[in-house]
Each structure stands twice: as structure tokens, then as C-alpha cells.
Ligand binder design. Structure first.
Ligand code: DGI
Ligand code: FE
Ligand code: FE
Ligand code: FE
Length: 188
């Protein structure tokens, strides 16, 4: 079994120091949200610590895992940002032996969200977006919404991410659109 110290050491090895600090802030923010919304502190902590495990892995190794694990092969056309969540979930299971489906799904969905998300998934999705190191325009509104409703904050992130991608003329992974459609259709 992995101790917290061993997990931290293994995670730290995967990334530059500034990203490791991001991971620790996401964990602290996740725990705060978990307390507020009644999610498992342990599960939210673990999901946060492992969420960006694959973020700096090279695209080639990520592609290999996407294809060998029969993940959506369309992901390989949209780069590391789209693959690092699902690939991170794979490592969480293989390296750390995580079997809790909600933790694995939270890691898998943390970049684009999901049509269906658990409480743990929403906590990670929002914590990754509003941790104190984030400075983008709109982050204060996201923090305000997170105080009121996880769903409102998640919807805000989903909508703003699409707008951001369009403005930057970046390709939008179809899964990102699917998530947006399902949230907006539930909203109206
Ligand atoms: O890993 P982090 O930087 O902490 O945060 P993240 O996992 O939420 O990754 C965010 C990045 O992913 C952000 O720069 C936007 C990008 N992204 C999200 N959806 C899409 C996307 N990029 C492309 N090209 N297409 C998408 O659909
Ligand atoms: Fe990430
Ligand atoms: Fe992150
Ligand atoms: Fe599709």
C-alpha cells in the first residue's frame, strides 16, 4: 500500500516543481470543497494528487496507452492536453492500484468534464480550475460560483473553456462538445 509520502514522491518525479506545487494546491482546494459539499476527503485528496500524473509524459507514450487500452482513439488527434486525464487514470490504476471507479473517473474527466460526473469528479474539476495559483479572467467568478453550487461552477468552466478554445482558434475535441451539449441541455 502506498503511503502519502510515497505517493507525493512518485508524483513529484513526473513533473516540474511548479506543476507539483499546482497539484498540492489542487489537493488543498479539493479538500476544502469536499468539506463544504460532503464528499470523501480521502478520495478527493487522492484524485487531486494523481490528476496531472501524465501531464508531462511524452505524447508518444500517451498515444500508446490510448490505443492499447482501447480509449477513444480520436483523442490522439487533439494532443497531450486531451490525453493526460485518461492516461493519468490508467497510471492511477496500474501504478498505484487505485480501484475506486469514482476516483479513476474524476482523474479521467478532469480536463473536459463529463456528461455524468460524480461529486468527487466535480470537486476535482472545479479545484483544478480555481486553485489559488490560477489567474485567468473569470477565475473570481468561478470561485464565487463554487461557493454557491458545484454544478454552476462546473457549467461555467465548461462554457468558458469552449469560448477560450474558439478564441484561440484551437481544435475542439468532440468529447468536449459532447460534455458542453449535455450540460447545456440539462440546464434549459
Ligand atoms: O492540466 P492542467 O493545466 O492543470 O489543467 P487541465 O487538465 O484542465 O488542462 C487544461 C488545458 O486543456 C487548457 O489549456 C485547455 C485544454 N483543453 C480543454 N479542452 C480542450 C483543450 N484543448 C484542446 N485543444 N481541445 C479541447 O477540446
Ligand atoms: Fe490536467
Ligand atoms: Fe491540473
Ligand atoms: Fe462523437
Amino acid at each position: 500500500d502506498w503511503t502519502r509520502e510515497a505517493i507525493l514522491a512518485e508524483v513529484e518525479k513526473q513533473m516540474k516543481p511548479s506543476r507539483f506545487q499546482h497539484v498540492l494546491r489542487v489537493e488543498a482546494c479539493s479538500i476544502a470543497l469536499a468539506k463544504k459539499y460532503g464528499a470523501s476527503l480521502e478520495a478527493c485528496s487522492l484524485a487531486a494528487l494523481l490528476h496531472d500524473f501524465a501531464k508531462e509524459h511524452d505524447a508518444k507514450s500517451m498515444k500508446k496507452i490510448v490505443l492499447s487500452q482501447a480509449l477513444d482513439s480520436e483523442m490522439t488527434g487533439y494532443g497531450s492536453e486531451i490525453m493526460h486525464g485518461p492516461v493519468g487514470a490508467y497510471h492511477a490504476e496500474k501504478v498505484f492500484g487505485i480501484m475506486d471507479r469514482a476516483i479513476l473517473d474524476a482523474i479521467r474527466q478532469h480536463t473536459i468534464g463529463g456528461e455524468v460526473m460524480t461529486l468527487i469528479g466535480k470537486v476535482l474539476f472545479i479545484a483544478d480550475y480555481i486553485e489559488p495559483g490560477r489567474t485567468f479572467t473569470g477565475v473570481d467568478e468561478a470561485r464565487r460560483l463554487a461557493e454557491i453550487s458545484l454544478d454552476e461552477a462546473a457549467y461555467f468552466k465548461i462554457e468558458k473553456t469552449i469560448i477560450h478554445l474558439v478564441k484561440k482558434e484551437l481544435p475542439i475535441y468532440p468529447g468536449t462538445i459532447h460534455v458542453y451539449n449535455s450540460w447545456i441541455q440539462r440546464k434549459v
